[in-house]
Design a protein around this ligand. Structure first.
Ligand code: GLY
Length: 385
């Protein structure tokens, strides 16, 4: 069976794997990316919000710092990507409007705004009327809002296409094959074997395997990352020319206790997301998921009823026990993780690529990545040595 060699082999060609491969290849490092269907999974399904502020959760300070660093990195990342490829990277710096529907929703939004202010984040509380001044098609029942100028969005499908091109232009090799297992020699990862029997030998193996990370074969059980799939259903609607733009900014809403977000694209697409359910690797779109998304979207944006439903799709978020990614050394020499990005995969693409590329180049995980080692979940390879 043919044996390929490379400095680095990246398992998984979602946004994270592609961006990491691009950054390494751009530095003259020989990179091979393995994925049977590059860019086709979670990276394609996602709505593409860059939402470090509006999605901040109580007690996730390290994750907030990483998220803020990555939203700050997106403009340069996108500009470099566009310059190299001539393709749009999909970044839309529009700001985000969070809105509340009933009085309980408004109280919850105010509590969150207080917390965001205590963290020093840039948020501005608005009345329902002022929220509607920013987005005139919002329902008259919207009772309040918070304007967040630093949260944006990316057309993730454009970003995937541009990254695939960048990877090729930078001289990396993409092999459209599934990795059957990681090849080890003692406690060192030395490459991967593919489904067709070919092997890729490499000094560095990067697991950018998203929700499938815990399933990767060849890794000792005690070093498997605790990543589980969390399903999200997403709808894509088309706004007729006459109503464009239905929204100018990303809108996040809480409507009678339910969360929904609406992400407008310049081409008239409106992405509505997302459900959250723990059903293993099930990616069926359920009627109940479509119902709740449309119910909540039309509560805050009544014009939703007039839009064409062009797509319903489900993807799997790679979730970890603390909602933060797993980055850097795995416990197995030669294997680095770039996984577990849960709700923040699109957002964390530039900073993850930067952290992992620097770790490969220098052998040292940068300071910003240190809180995200898999060892925080008690994983250790000491007894294997
Ligand atoms: N960050 C949005 C989501 O995961 O649904």
């Amino acid at each position: 069976m043919p044996e390929h060699t490379s400095d680095v082999v990246v398992i998984g060609a979602g946004l994270i794997g592609l961006a990491t491969a691009w950054r390494l290849a751009a530095d003259g490092i020989q990179v091979t990316v393995c994925d049977p269907t590059p860019g086709s999974q979670t990276s394609t399904v996602a709505a593409g919000m860059l939402a470090p502020v509006t999605e901040v959760e109580y007690g996730e300070d390290d994750l907030l710092a990483l998220n803020l660093a990555s939203v700050a990195a997106w403009p340069t990342f996108a500009a470099e990507l566009e310059e190299l490829t001539g393709l749009p990277a999909g970044l839309h710096q529009t700001g985000t409007l969070s809105v509340a529907y009933d009085v309980d929703d408004a109280a919850a939004l105010r509590r969150l705004a207080d917390y965001q202010r205590r963290l020093g984040l840039d948020v501005e509380e608005l009345s329902g009327r002022d929220a509607r001044k920013r987005e005139p098609l919002l329902a008259t029942g919207v009772s309040g809002g918070v304007w967040v100028p630093g949260d944006h969005s990316v057309d993730n499908r454009q970003a995937v296409a541009a990254l695939l091109r960048a990877v090729e232009l930078s001289g990396a090799t993409v092999i459209r094959q599934r990795v059957s297992h990681v090849i080890t020699a003692g406690t060192t990862a030395v490459g991967v074997q593919l489904d067709d029997g070919d092997t890729v030998r490499a000094a560095h193996v990067i697991g950018a395997t998203g929700p499938w990370s815990s399933q990767l074969e060849g890794i000792p059980d005690e070093l498997r990352p605790p990543v589980r799939p969390v399903k999200g259903e997403v709808l894509r609607l088309r706004v007729p020319e006459a109503y464009r733009p239905a929204l100018k900014h990303t809108v996040r809403a809480t409507a009678r206790g339910f969360s929904v977000y609406l992400v407008p694209r310049p081409n008239g697409e409106l992405v509505v997301g997302a459900t959250t359910s723990e059903l293993g690797y099930d990616t069926r779109v359920l009627a109940g998921g479509v119902f709740t998304l449309l119910r909540d979207a039309r509560t805050v944006l009544p014009i939703t009823d007039e839009l064409e439903l062009v797509e319903s799709i489900a993807g799997l978020r790679p979730a970890t026990p603390d909602n933060a990614p797993i980055l850097g050394p795995s416990g197995l020499d030669g294997l680095l993780w770039a996984t577990g990005h849960y709700r923040n995969g699109v957002l964390l693409t530039p900073i993850t690529a930067q952290i992992i590329a620097e770790t490969v180049r220098t052998g040292v995980l940068p300071e910003l990545g240190k809180p995200f080692l898999g060892s925080r979940f008690g994983q250790s390879a000491e007894h294997l040595r």
